[in-house]
Write a protein that binds this ligand. Structure first.
Ligand SMILES: NC(=O)C1=CN([C@@H]2O[C@H](COP(=O)(O)OP(=O)(O)OC[C@H]3O[C@@H](n4cnc5c(N)ncnc54)[C@H](OP(=O)(O)O)[C@@H]3O)[C@@H](O)[C@H]2O)C=CC1
Ligand SMILES: N[C@@H](CCC(=O)OP(=O)(O)O)C(=O)O
Length: 412
């Protein structure tokens, strides 16, 4: 691990111009295509092992690589190629009355360590984004995806080597041992400038206990959709269906629906029926249990803080939008929360007062995604209070410095 750290630190000092970076990314996309059968063969090994281990279907889907997913990976790389270089840009500039000329200029962060779940496209997305933003990356993917991740990282390194650029811009921790994570967090602060943990409660706890390195948390998504008294019913039905069931295993899926008490009687049946008919299990408070005439179980306190990542939803009645905001700020994870209402004033209050990294009006929480934001791809969704927040793409993987030019000015 120390050697990986030293190698990454050395690579991060090297400057690669944008043209060469794009050439390498293009070559990487080419190699992914050329080696698609080998990638799929490695992925088959991972899937076989995951099936033996009894991994759930949605997690197997997340792990699986096929031709379509490889095409999506290449599309994402091509989008990243087209994005503007985020480094060495003047972010702000001004002059002081004493003649000092001050510029704020974007720079790479340095070495980024990313710990993430068993979704192989994260390996290629994160590697491409970190490299284009001038950072070296140490990748620690989920253990179930180890063979797929290994080949995806190896091909990136090949593209770097062929172009005579330090291969250690991209390094992969080839181990399933969780002690490697502890070591990264607690012993590698001399090499790693920031850790991005992308995962659930287990990882959060570990990171909070162990990390000696600053973190950009990409942690669990306990997302809410609040249906206000001034919502339009048809819009509410469609948005909630999408927010809950489009893809239930992603961090941007809605886990709790909040309903304004004035519309519960009229809205709860059409909204929840659509979910129930599509196989969604519903937990509701006593008010909903009374008014919903479909299948519903009584929600317990723990349901308000459960990220189901499955076709299951908790539903709560709230007195007004203030109570909805309070609930979200208590149980949410500063990921993504949405309000459905025609009332612009209420919407504005919601957008300003929820602590969420992404606050939404009249749309689905499933839009929490770097690609959907136009970032080409994403490392994930930052749930940090400090920036970057929300989708982390090229423009967020940077730091900055001030460059000051003077003509011999001294301070009085
Ligand atoms: N905000 C965001 O951008 C995203 C958040 N997520 C969140 O991730 C979760 C789902 O992913 P899931 O597979 O459960 O993620 P996990 O948290 O189980 O795993 C993610 C990574 O962390 C490692 N890890 C987990 N626990 C520990 C530990 N105690 N010690 C050392 N390493 C550990 C895993 O290693 P190992 O392989 O050994 O398990 C894996 O590499 C959900 O909560 C979801 O919301 C998912 C994607 C994006
Ligand atoms: N932001 C991405 C998904 C990120 C995510 O949650 O991934 P995962 O937990 O691995 O299914 C999207 O909306 O497609």
């Amino acid at each position: 691990m120390n050697l990986i750290g030293k190698n990454a630190k050395k690579a991060a000092l090297e400057k690669v111009n944008t043209k060469v970076k794009n050439k390498i990314l293009k070559r990487y996309a080419f190699l992914l295509d050329k080696e698609k059968n080998s990638i799929i063969a490695e992925n088959t090994k991972d899937i076989k092992f995951a099936l033996q281990k009894g991994l759930k279907k949605n997690l197997i889907d997340r792990l699986a690589i096929n031709h379509k997913k490889l095409d999506n990976i290449k599309t994402s790389i091509n989008k990243i190629i087209k994005l503007k270089n985020p480094i060495d840009n003047t972010l702000e500039k001004w002059s002081r009355p004493n003649g000092l000329k001050i510029k704020r200029v974007s720079i790479p962060i340095g070495v980024i360590g990313v710990i993430y779940e068993s979704r192989p496209n994260v390996t290629s997305d994160v590697a491409s984004l970190c490299f284009k933003s001038g950072n070296a990356v140490i990748l620690k993917g989920g253990s179930e995806a180890i063979n797929t991740n290994k080949i995806l990282a190896k091909l990136f390194r090949k593209a770097l080597k062929e172009n005579k650029v330090n291969e250690n811009f991209i390094q992969f921790v080839d181990s399933k041992n969780r002690k490697m994570v502890d070591y990264m967090l607690s012993r590698m602060k001399d090499y790693i400038h920031v850790i991005i943990p992308r995962g659930g409660k287990n990882l959060v706890k570990r990171v909070q206990e162990f990390s000696a390195i600053p973190i950009i948390g990409h942690l669990e998504g306990l997302c809410h959709t609040f249906v206000d008294k001034d919502a339009e019913l048809k819009m509410a039905i469609d948005i909630i269906y999408n927010a809950k069931l489009r893809n239930t295993s992603i961090c941007g899926a809605t886990e709790t629906i909040l309903l304004h008490e004035k519309i519960v009687k009229k809205f709860c049946n059409p909204i929840l029926k659509r979910l129930e008919e599509s196989g969604c299990k519903i937990y509701g408070d006593h008010f909903l249990c009374k008014h919903y005439n479909g299948k519903i179980s009584a929600a317990k306190e723990k349901d308000w803080s459960t990220e189901y990542l499955a076709p299951t939803v908790s539903v709560k009645t709230v007195k007004n939008h203030e109570e909805a905001i309070k609930h979200i700020n208590k149980y949410g994870t500063m990921h993504t929360d949405s309000i459905i209402t025609k009332n612009k004033k209420t919407a504005k209050k919601f957008l300003k007062n929820v602590k969420s990294s992404i606050a939404m009006h009249n749309t689905s929480t499933q839009f929490a995604d770097g690609g959907e934001f136009g970032f080409g791809g994403e490392v994930g969704i930052s749930t940090n209070i400090l920036p970057p927040r929300g989708p982390v793409g090229l423009g967020q993987l940077i730091s900055y410095k001030y460059e000051i030019v003077s003509n011999g000015q001294t301070r009085k």
